[in-house]
Design a binder for this molecule. Sequence first.
Ligand SMILES: NC(=O)C1=CN([C@@H]2O[C@H](COP(=O)(O)OP(=O)(O)OC[C@H]3O[C@@H](n4cnc5c(N)ncnc54)[C@H](OP(=O)(O)O)[C@@H]3O)[C@@H](O)[C@H]2O)C=CC1
Ligand SMILES: C[C@H]1O[C@H](OP(=O)(O)OP(=O)(O)OC[C@H]2O[C@@H](n3cnc4c(=O)[nH]c(N)nc43)[C@H](O)[C@@H]2O)[C@@H](O)[C@@H](O)C1=O
Length: 311
Amino acid sequence: MEKTSKIYIAGHRGMVGSAILRQLEANGHTNIITRTSSELDLRNQEAVQEFFETEKPDYVFLAAAKVGGIHANNTFRAEFLYDNLMIEANIIHAAHLSGVKKLMFLGSSCIYPKMAPQPLKEEYLLTGPLEPTNEPYAIAKIAGIKLCESYRDQYGSNFISVMPTNLYGYNDNYDLQNSHVLPALIRKIHEAKDNGAPTVTVWGTGSPKREFLFADDLAAACVYLMDNYDGRELVNIGTGEDVSIKELALLIKDVIGYEGELEFDTSKPDGTPRKLMDVSKLHSLGFKHKIELREGIALAYADFKEKYVTA
Ligand SMILES: NC(=O)C1=CN([C@@H]2O[C@H](COP(=O)(O)OP(=O)(O)OC[C@H]3O[C@@H](n4cnc5c(N)ncnc54)[C@H](OP(=O)(O)O)[C@@H]3O)[C@@H](O)[C@H]2O)C=CC1
Ligand SMILES: C[C@H]1O[C@H](OP(=O)(O)OP(=O)(O)OC[C@H]2O[C@@H](n3cnc4c(=O)[nH]c(N)nc43)[C@H](O)[C@@H]2O)[C@@H](O)[C@@H](O)C1=O
């Protein structure tokens, strides 16, 4: 990407989109276009095509989506399938029609089969049944991958797909019902410490394992791959290490300095037992993450306090 290339970030206000915006601006890019969902509802095909015909971006980061944790995915199943199918189909088709030079689609590690061997290699896609709690979202993401592959096959489009692991960082979602585990535990443990509550409830058994990548590391990987990868195959983006939910909760408890106890609500689903990604392809392409989990939790906690905690 040239410094003056016209770059569209779909979802620029989100945790990932805002990190990609920060990364591009830090790299000296000056021609970045953005739209909020109220300015441009990406589920509206006509509006999306009009936007692309008018703006004609050279590069597109497709980071807009209906996103949430295990409870949100399992509750709003139709929205997670419909919104994400419409957003990706509209953007990918409009990018083709308007002659976009290159597009990056963001999938997710939940596209891989529930019981696939670990660590998950890119070629394990579609080799087994998915995790039921987020199957609609995963199907939409797999469709996005297949759209990029098919437009490349039929039209020669340079559309690439990357598969981020579980993410956290600045501008995360701290809604206790719809967020992912890491921000939810930061908020719950902070509030328990603040209120002097003796216990904090953790959903599930605490035994599932998850891999967590700081969103600014993901953004750096996305910008790097937009400049250095033109392949048809998926690229997993992660740290290559995972922790159990219980270990995560104890780590957050330690960072925040909460003395109370953790209790596990096994009426809540565990979801996928493990989804550690094989990141050897990412490393062979020349990228490795920088921010380790404890440091990242401290950064995310500082952001949470700055944004959500009144002095
Ligand atoms: N968070 C995570 O743990 C992971 C996320 N990902 C993927 O990364 C990408 C970004 O996720 P994340 O940043 O966490 O998500 P956020 O929820 O933080 O941001 C999503 C963005 O999508 C935009 N958006 C949603 N629906 C519409 C719509 N109908 N029209 C226009 N814009 C819309 C929102 O725009 P606005 O703010 O203007 O409403 C928002 O900025 C997604 O593709 C997600 O699937 C992958 C793996 C893990
Ligand atoms: C990125 C990925 O994220 C989603 O998958 P997930 O990783 O299962 O989502 P999660 O972060 O919400 O949960 C991880 C684990 O953590 C446990 N857990 C404990 N306590 C809380 C808690 O308080 N909140 C939440 N949300 N989970 C909790 C929870 O029970 C589960 O065992 C996909 O839907 C999909 O969006 C996707 O691709």
